[in-house]
Design a protein around this ligand. Sequence first.
Ligand SMILES: [Zn+2]
Length: 99
Amino acid sequence: MSAEKASACPHCGSTTPYWQPKVPANGLGGPFLLYGLETGFLPTATFDVVVCADCGLTRFFAGAKERAKLPKAKKWSRVEQPSGNRLVVRTVGEEKRNA
Ligand SMILES: [Zn+2]
């Protein structure tokens, strides 16, 4: 667990986070989170999950293997900062404008 993941809760400031590594992102009947970043013979993707014991804020951190696939993953687009600090967020699967 990195210090960044275990830092104080960004919502309530609590310093009592709990975490669980490599939680499957396949939903088991729900949505496939991290779609397009699966690895292995039986495609799986995982998160490290951090839950604040005081307010319940839950944070998901994609694993290193999944993150390494992002630059070439067709279903994911990088958030661009074309000018100043203004963010342009595109939805997952949206056609890449500058490709
Ligand atoms: Zn909290």
